[in-house]
Design a protein around this ligand. Structure first.
Ligand SMILES: Cc1cc2nc3c(=O)[nH]c(=O)nc-3n(C[C@H](O)[C@H](O)[C@H](O)COP(=O)(O)OP(=O)(O)OC[C@H]3O[C@@H](n4cnc5c(N)ncnc54)[C@H](O)[C@@H]3O)c2cc1C
Length: 398
């Protein structure tokens, strides 16, 4: 049986940042990714050689320091592409687009802020905390749909302490960036020529404890290792952990998930009259948001990804809705692609539940990383990868 110091299961941002840190510390590391591409929620569609569009995550920030440090190790920090400064606008029922500021009542905000500003975020959900800060009307009209556009799900019941956590910025990088070939290109760059091994198209079927560590079961047989980093979505983590770690698996199996249905469309730039915009926020619409390629403009094409609420429209209905929003005919779309995105849907109790999980993990040769542990953003995932890999690296005798 082939043996590694560490096997990282899952080749998204969490898994690749973990692999980069462990291999940098001299560990022999293997990454196993089920899909035929790296990236997970970072999913860049490349319908032709000279054009890409994000179907999942689209924006990274210079506060994602561990991600950038891993990129710097590969000598690729200079490849970052600055995203042009463009705003988001609301897409109104009558087809107009409006500035988010039009939905803000300054009077309500001025009356609310003095009472909301000092309140702790812990134990409060997003609706309560931000509604307390800017007023319930401002929350309903502006913040609730804007947050849902960011998270591709309602954020109302989300733990306030997990949204917009401050992180130190890496000044050498642009404030907002992407990468040549899209954000997935950044993750691919982490793996290219890296001191760890990566295998894609290898779903891990089982995880068993052995005397020396773990046996990681794949279709091609079992692979041995001393430590495991589990970097898969929360429901996949629950099923892999169930046989060897039922106490860890139980709270993860009960973790709610949300989904959104992405439709990417590409068309000739002159077809649509929609002004350049980073994205549209759908208030009470079939979609949470529309994310555009406009911050990284292309000479002749424009691209839009509609993040639809789940279960509302079939493919033809989504295409028709996208065409109406862009003021074009469905036949104007040169390329169309659908995909399903899934994310955890944490509630206010999850920060405490995940802290309890961490207490059970202490001393185990197993790390749990991912977007269900301390926040959804790529930066939150990268931070968690740092704390968990540091724990593995410092465990005695490991
Ligand atoms: C539509 C959308 C837009 C977003 N926009 C942004 C944004 O702009 N900025 C931002 O910071 N964040 C954004 N996010 C959030 C962020 O992208 C994710 O939370 C983060 O990338 C998750 O990374 P991860 O590695 O923890 O998990 P994932 O990306 O889910 O990766 C897990 C990987 O594990 C693999 N896997 C699953 N089961 C197995 C198995 N049995 N064996 C092997 N591999 C397996 C999966 O195939 C997947 O590749 C967005 C998310 C979505 C869905």
């Amino acid at each position: 049986m082939d043996t590694y110091d560490c096997i990282v299961i899952g080749g998204g941002a969490s898994g690749l940042v973990s692999a980069a840190r462990l291999s940098r510390a001299g560990r022999r590391v293997l990454v196993l990714e089920a899909a035929d591409r790296l990236g997970g929620c970072i999913h860049t569609w490349r319908p032709r050689a000279d054009f890409w569009l994000e179907l999942g995550a689209h924006t990274a920030y210079n506060s994602y320091a561990p991600l950038l440090e891993a990129l710097a190790d590969r000598g690729r920090l200079g490849d970052l592409l600055t995203r042009e400064k463009l705003g988001y606008r609301f897409f109104e029922k009558d087809g107009a687009t409006t500035s988010p500021m039009k939905r803000l009542s300054f009077l309500e905000a001025a009356l609310s802020i003095p009472f909301g500003i000092g309140k702790a975020k812990a134990g409060r959900d997003v609706a309560e905390w931000f509604g307390g800060l800017l007023g319930k009307g401002n929350y309903r009209r502006l913040l609730s749909p804007a947050f849902a556009a960011v998270l591709s799900q309602s954020a109302d019941a989300f733990p306030a302490e997990w949204l917009f956590r401050r992180k130190p910025r890496m000044k050498a990088a642009p404030r907002k960036y992407t990468f040549p070939g899209g954000l997935q290109g950044l993750l691919e760059a982490l793996a290219e020529g890296a001191p760890f091994e990566t295998r894609v198209g290898v779903p891990v079927q089982s995880l068993a404890r052995t005397g020396a560590g773990f046996g990681v079961g794949t279709d091609g047989g079992e692979i041995g290792c001393r430590q495991v980093v589990l970097a898969v979505p929360v429901d996949a983590a629950a099923s892999l952990l169930a046989p060897a770690y039922p106490d860890l698996a139980r709270p993860l199996a009960a973790y709610p998930m949300s989904s959104s249905e992405a439709l990417g469309v590409v068309l000739d730039a002159e077809r649509t009259k929609l002004p350049a915009v980073a994205g549209l926020i759908g208030a009470d619409d079939d979609f949470f948001s529309v994310v555009t390629r406009d911050p990284v403009p292309h000479d002749g094409l424009r691209g839009f990804t509609f993040h639809f609420r789940p279960g509302r429209l079939e493919r033809e209905g989504k295409i028709a809705r996208a065409a109406r929003v862009l003021g074009v005919a469905p036949t104007d779309f040169i390329h169309v692609r659908e995909t399903l995105n899934r994310l955890p849907a944490p509630g206010v109790e999850h920060p405490r539940r995940m802290a309890e999980l961490d207490a059970r993990l202490a001393g185990e040769p197993l790390a749990l990383v991912g977007n269900y542990l301390n926040g959804l953003s790529i930066g939150d995932c990268a931070e968690r990868a740092v704390s968990e890999t540091d724990r593995l690296l410092s465990s005695p005798g490991k």
